[in-house]
Design a protein around this ligand. Structure first.
Ligand code: G3P
Length: 214
């Protein structure tokens, strides 16, 4: 399973890069807005920190506008992945970019049929938003499971990128149902390391070692 960090904050990305387990980065317009910087500045800096897929989202809502924006974004770095919304225009843009060999991440996916459309258009990644479905009384993880089944039924190579991850249980469950990638905020990724028995065990080992040296 690949681990992406979902943030525009370069300090968080620099910190996560030291952990040795980060494969890529996802951003969205809301995350970029929080930085107070331009998307171009943020993405270029992220590309200098992490050597892996870095998703940058288009703002245009029509296919021609998305393709024009994607052409500019793709110039920033070879690792940039063009993030497109799951709309009729977004899927058409995805098909156009896929045919050119440009990597894409189709975002704002909330149904199995939407994921099927993205795969048919050759998307590199599909981003189902687990947390937002849960927030609205649906079962986000069931969506990941259904997409896994559909993609496996037909051999689609589009990678399932579990997004809108809110806690460690989402990560565990996404791994259990076969998501290819998870993208999570810095804070959630840090909680994956934590277990009280690890902390207690380490404390005891260090104490016993120190006592044995006396
Ligand atoms: O980047 C897309 C997604 O991960 C956003 O998550 O927490 O805003 O629903 P959230």
């Amino acid at each position: 399973m690949k681990f992406f960090i979902d943030t525009g904050m370069v300090e968080e990305i620099k910190d996560a890069a030291t952990w040795g387990i980060i494969d890529g980065v996802t951003t969205n317009p809301s995350l970029i807005a929080k930085t107070g910087r331009t998307q171009a500045d943020v993405i270029k800096e992220i590309c200098s920190i992490i050597d892996g897929p870095i998703s940058a989202e288009v703002i245009a809502t029509d296919t021609a506008g998305m393709l024009k924006e994607a052409e500019e974004i793709a110039k920033w770095h070879d690792n940039v992945v063009i993030k497109l919304p799951l709309t009729v225009d977004g899927i058409a843009a995805c098909k156009g970019l896929s045919d050119l060999g440009v990597k894409t991440n189709v975002t704002l996916c909330f149904s199995p049929n939407q994921a099927l459309l993205a795969a048919k258009a050759g998307a590199t990644y599909i981003s189902p938003f687990i947390g937002r479905l849960d927030d609205n009384g649906h079962d986000g993880m069931a969506l990941i499971e259904e997409i896994r089944t559909i993609y496996d039924n037909y051999g689609y190579q589009t990678q399932i990128l579990a997004a809108s991850i809110r806690h460690a249980t989402h990560v565990r469950d996404a791994a259990l149902v076969g998501a290819d990638v998870i993208t999570a905020p810095h804070g959630v990724l840090k909680t994956l390391y934590k277990h009280p028995l690890t902390d207690n065990g380490l404390e005891a080992f260090l104490k016993d070692h120190a006592n044995s040296q006396k």
